[in-house]
Design a binder for this molecule. Structure first.
Ligand code: SF4
Ligand code: SF4
Ligand code: FES
Length: 265
């Protein structure tokens, strides 16, 4: 039989509405927390029973949608994936994610990340445009080809890695680990031929070379992805002689076929 365990825990919650507040404030709520309750459960309980004005973003409540990322006791975590009693803390401090603009209270603005994501074209790009438009078969992939990108493909775009990145905190033009990992995931997919379109951005001044491989990003990923590794592998692709050779061939093709300079969407 599972024993019930209820403890009173203080939640120190960051409050700020940029539309009306000059400065942020902290509010402290004391909540009875049962075994198994997550930080998101507690925040929703606070909204329901104590303060409906608290702003929190969430959707799936099972670590899939990536929308409930926040700082919990100083670390980037998903609120729906963090059990309060496992924090082993009498006071739990909850703040919005570092490195991102605050929309309100615990909600941050992901526009910068999503705009950068569009720049690296996070989808499969093919050479055979006619086949893409009118497919005559399936794009087959061997198991070993799948393994090339599988460990990097589970990203839920929660932004925790980018929030933890010290480079992003000082260079807001840096592509960030979330986006560079995405660029790697598609560029090593055997069905994809889009590296040539991504290179100008990932190989730019604010691209992969700005990463100094401290791996703060990988240490907070709730899906066990290692974006620090995918960024180093991107650097390897760029410096690889083989890739440069293939790129040169590709440039010749592009000159002959200018309509392919932009990939199909
Ligand atoms: S390894 Fe690179 S991307 Fe990851 S936190 Fe460090 S600087 Fe940022
Ligand atoms: S790599 Fe991990 S931490 Fe970064 S956005 Fe994807 S799931 Fe979140
Ligand atoms: S609510 Fe979807 S990841 Fe937390």
């Amino acid at each position: 039989m599972v024993m019930s365990e209820v403890r009173k825990i203080k939640f120190k919650v960051f409050r700020f509405n940029p539309a009306v507040d000059a400065l942020p404030t902290w509010k402290v709520y004391e909540v009875e927390v049962d075994r198994g309750m997550t930080v998101l459960d507690v925040l929703l309980k606070i909204k329901e029973e104590k303060d409906p004005s608290l702003a929190v973003r969430y959707s799936c409540r099972q670590a899939v949608c990536g929308s409930c990322g926040m700082m919990i006791n100083g670390k980037q975590r998903l609120a729906c994936f963090t059990r309060v009693l496992e924090l082993n803390s009498k006071v739990v401090v909850v703040e919005p994610l570092n490195n991102l603009p605050i929309t309100r209270d615990l909600v941050t603005d992901f526009s910068d990340l999503f705009n950068k994501e569009k720049m690296v074209k996070p989808y499969i790009i093919r050479d055979d445009i006619e086949e893409m438009k009118n497919p005559t078969g399936m794009y087959l992939q061997k198991p070993e080809e799948l393994l090339e990108y599988l460990q990097f493909a589970d990203c839920i775009e929660c932004g925790l890695c980018s929030s933890a990145c010290p480079t992003y905190s000082t260079d807001h033009l840096f592509l960030t680990p979330m986006i560079l990992n995405k660029a790697y995931r598609f560029s090593v997919d055997s069905r994809d031929k889009g590296l040539q379109y991504r290179l100008p951005i990932i190989d730019s001044e604010h691209g992969c070379w700005r990463c100094h491989f401290a791996a703060a990003c990988s240490s907070v990923c709730p899906k066990g992805i290692d974006p620090a590794k995918s960024i180093q592998l991107l650097k390897k692709i760029i410096t690889s002689a083989g890739i440069f050779k293939r790129m040169r061939k590709k440039e010749v093709q592009l000159t002959l076929r200018p309509h392919a300079a932009e990939p199909p969407t």
